[in-house]
Ligand binder design. Structure first.
Ligand code: UDP
Length: 315
């Protein structure tokens, strides 16, 4: 069975990919500098190389014997990217250029890349398609778009997967793989840890949406990784495809809170707060291309995402 290099394989999404790839019989090499990932999230069947994308020699040795790369590694906090744009460009864009150079030297021409809905910026379309204008509004989104363009220029077999809001968790043979970011900024983990003393801040209740709160498209991390495995099988020589991954429908912040209350069997303390800078009102993916190109259909609903997140956090 083929060997896959998973960069960022110690993070929330990358570690889930690593475990599911190992379940499917792939040999996985994880490349992660552990700056935000966790060594204990890396599946015991994988080989962990602790190194940075900024280290070309480490990349060259990690790639030996690999058939393809799934590239998750990178800095991923929108707010931090606004404060430190050079850091985001350096790690994400320069780091990926090192990876592409090392792949070219090693003769490896297959990559599946973790891109983002942040490449689109303020949406002009609802739902957002892969043809929608990409005009990022923060350095994080700009770095993902720059990488997408670099991959196109490299002329290799590639699929960039543009994630919308990823949630839920996977129970691997080594246990649950929870979302554990520090700081945590994502809605569902914050809803689950809200208390009366530290209520969930609802960022804006005056948006032009059905209940005044922002609408996002949530997709279960296990469905998301299934799309990566399908993408590995859908790579075509010298073609770079861009594919959105979401569920194709949206939930408001208040709907996420209501679903969480249903799962938890208790009230979630909240406080109405000002809008968060840079948030668009509505972000919903068109997933027609994911269906037609990859044969992918997400199957896990919002309640499953929330209940799996709960199970993963209480282990
Ligand atoms: N959100 C919120 N309170 C929080 C965190 C997030 O109201 O403490 C809202 C946020 O404004 C957005 C949605 O929840 O509309 C999802 O935010 P998240 O940071 O999870 O993902 P993003 O859409 O920014 O990638």
């Amino acid at each position: 069975m083929s060997r896959i290099l998973v960069t960022g394989g110690a993070g929330y999404i990358g570690s889930t990919a690593t475990a599911i790839l190992a379940d499917r019989g792939y040999e996985v090499v994880v490349f992660d500098d552990l700056s935000t990932g966790h060594a204990d999230s890396v599946d015991s069947r994988a080989t962990l190389i602790q190194a940075s994308l900024l280290d070309p020699e480490a990349l060259a040795s990690a790639l030996v014997g690999c058939e393809a790369v799934i590239h998750f590694a990178g800095k991923s906090l929108v707010g931090e990217s606004v404060e430190k744009p050079e850091l985001y460009h350096h790690v994400n864009v320069d780091g990926t250029q090192n990876l592409l150079d090392a792949m070219a030297t090693a003769g490896i021409d297959k990559i599946v890349f973790s891109s983002s809905a942040a490449t689109y910026g303020q949406p002009v379309d609802d739902p957002i398609t892969e043809e929608s204008i990409a005009s990022p509004t923060n350095p994080y989104g700009a770095s993902k778009l720059a990488i997408d363009k670099m991959i196109t220029a490299a002329g290799i077999s590639a699929i960039s997967l543009r994630y919308f809001n990823v949630a839920g968790a996977y129970e691997s043979t080594n246990g649950w793989l929870p979302e554990r970011h520090n700081p945590e900024t994502h809605l569902i983990p914050l809803v689950l840890r809200a208390t009366a003393a530290n209520p969930l801040k609802i960022f804006g209740t005056d948006w032009d949406t059905k209940d005044g709160t922002c609408i996002r498209d949530y997709v279960h991390v296990v469905d998301l990784i299934e799309a990566h495995i399908l993408a590995l099988g859908a790579l075509k020589p010298t073609v770079h495809e861009i594919v959105n991954l979401g569920s194709g429908g949206g939930y408001s912040v208040r709907e996420v809170i209501a679903a969480s209350e249903q799962v938890l069997g208790r009230t979630v303390p909240t406080v109405e707060s000002p809008r968060r800078a840079g948030d668009p009102a509505t972000l919903v993916a068109s997933i027609k291309k994911a269906k037609s190109l990859l044969g992918w259909t997400p199957t896990r609903d919002l309640v499953t995402m929330i209940s799996d997140a709960v199970k993963s956090q209480v282990q």
